[in-house]
Design a protein around this ligand. Structure first.
Ligand code: UDX
Length: 481
């Protein structure tokens, strides 16, 4: 395109460095952003940890720099443990990568041939404060990518206020306040806040991790968000009032990233997507299939899996289930690469009506005509991918930002319904599937609004659309750094 030819002709091609947080939900948007900036003429270097390292052979145009991460692994065995383990892992990665990153970044800067591809900036995940500090210490300007919603980042910035006002931390075992509205941050209720499920004892560490993300953004030259104006207009406006650095809403990144969906989706996938399910979908009637996916780190109990399975069976609808290894807590699958086993009799009960894969090519699945709804844990990427594909959602959030995302799906965009909290129960599941996919209301309304959201997402990335304009501003900013 024109940006590329300008950069090539004038010989002033610039290089952008990237450092994702090594989790699937953070790696995908970072690679999508890298693809987008690459299409605007920037050279790309990806720094990455050994943990969840990307497959460099799938990105022949990029340079990769592995950074030793001290071998720290997140250890978790319950949903709340997952949050705490992730919080501790973020601290550990920042600590372990600091010195090796400094050394490797210095080497990359020295390598820059005079008049060649000079480094413009580092784009790192907002959770990598230490590494952003290292870069600025070496004179490299920084941009912070937050992979959640604008509303979620507003909660991060508001966190001290939420604690001062007594919304958080919640007293142990006390569920009475979960439905209390957070009047400063509508439409959140206390239970929707990112740290609501964290036990009071671990609250300080979570508060610190959020504070560091806010600091990382404030110290950078800008905040990049994978969202778009029509989706979060008020939240983006409020965020721009709250923070002093420019905010670039350049989402949905998976639609803006120029690589064809098949390559983009699988090239940053940590598990190999099973593409056979697309053939299976080809044979299904339009909008008939329930796609079930709980993302890359959420887990369920063995009992919940059984109830979910019988609920899906009981709905009588065709389904595609991404049942990744490790989804079920405590129950090791027979082989590490195999999905957890489904209850006895499930296969016979659903014969010919379902497909189960360990990992799906999700963007393509959601874009497929046969898919009529997504049962999701409401990770931000999945939420955005479904919203932009016009697919209504059945929400069963687990932790972190997911409850807040579900609140927006159910209450603000009204493109899905939330399955009640507590344990999963087969009758509720079947009834909720019917609500979302059935011919009457609320399903029909959900589908109508989901298609409208899809249209607005497409509009935002068209020429002159809000995200297209933000991409141009971001490109100009990077050129000027
Ligand atoms: C995590 C958090 O849970 C989420 O709330 C936060 O916003 C980002 O980090 P994760 O749980 O993995 O992410 O969920 P999500 O954000 O939905 O990301 C999962 C990604 O994996 C999506 O891009 C999805 O398309 C992809 N995916 C998932 C597949 O490609 N195949 C699958 O079978 C399942």
């Amino acid at each position: 395109d024109s940006a590329e030819s300008t950069a090539t002709c004038t010989g002033d091609r610039r290089r952008v460095l990237f450092f994702p947080l090594p989790y699937q939900g953070h790696i995908n948007p970072m690679f999508q952003l890298a693809g987008l900036l690459h299409s605007h003429g920037f050279a790309v270097t990806v720094f990455h940890t050994h943990f969840n390292a990307p497959d460099a052979s799938l990105h022949p145009d990029y340079d990769f720099v592995p950074v030793p991460d001290g071998g720290a692994l997140p250890a978790a065995d319950s949903p709340d443990d997952t949050v705490q383990a992730t919080v501790e892992h973020i601290f550990a990665l920042n600590r372990a990568c600091e010195a090796p990153f400094q050394e490797r970044l210095a080497a990359v800067l020295e390598d820059d041939p005079a008049g060649g591809v000079a480094v413009a900036c580092l784009v790192a995940d907002a959770h990598l404060l230490t590494l952003l500090d290292v870069a600025r210490g070496l004179g490299v300007p920084t941009l912070a990518l937050r992979t959640g919603s604008a509303a979620c980042f507003r909660c991060f910035t508001a966190f001290p206020m939420l604690c001062d006002k007594g919304y958080l931390p919640l007293p142990a075992q006390d569920t009475s306040q979960l439905d209390t509205p957070v009047i400063e941050l509508p439409p959140y209720r206390v239970g929707d806040l990112p740290a609501a499920s964290i036990p009071a004892a671990a609250h300080g560490r979570t508060r610190e991790v959020l504070r560091r993300a806010v600091t990382a953004v404030a110290a950078s030259s800008g905040l990049i968000l994978n969202t778009f104006d029509a989706l979060e207009h008020a939240e983006l406006a409020a965020l721009r009032r709250d923070i002093a650095v420019p905010v670039f809403d350049v989402g949905p990144l998976h639609l803006l990233s120029p690589a064809p969906a098949a390559t983009a989706a699988s090239a940053s996938s940590l598990l190999r997507p099973d593409r056979g399910c697309l053939d299976w979908l080809d044979a299904q009637a339009p909008a008939s299939v329930l796609y079930v996916s709980f993302g890359s780190i959420a887990s369920v109990s063995a009992a919940d899996l059984v109830e979910a399975a019988w609920g899906i069976a009981g709905s009588g609808r065709p389904f595609l289930w991404a049942l990744r290894p490790g989804l079920v807590r405590g129950g090791a699958p027979p082989l590490p690469s195999q999905p957890p086993p489904l209850p006895k009799g499930f296969d016979a009960a659903t014969r010919g009506r379902g497909a189960v894969v360990a990992w799906a090519p999700q963007e393509e699945v959601l874009a497929h005509d046969a898919v009529g709804a997504l049962w999701t844990h409401c990770g931000w990427n999945s939420t955005l991918e479904a919203a932009c594909a016009g697919v209504p959602m059945l929400c069963r959030p687990c932790f972190g930002d997911q409850r807040g995302n579900a609140r927006y799906v159910d209450h603000v965009w009204r493109v899905g319904v939330e399955l009640d909290g507590g344990e999963i129960e087969r009758g509720n599941v079947a009834a909720a599937i019917e609500m979302v996919m059935g011919a009457g209301e609320p399903g029909a309304g959900l589908r109508r609004r989901a298609l409208e959201l899809k249209r607005r997402a497409a509009e935002s990335i068209d020429d002159g659309g809000s995200s297209a304009l933000n991409v141009n501003m971001l490109v100009n900013l990077i050129q000027s750094l």
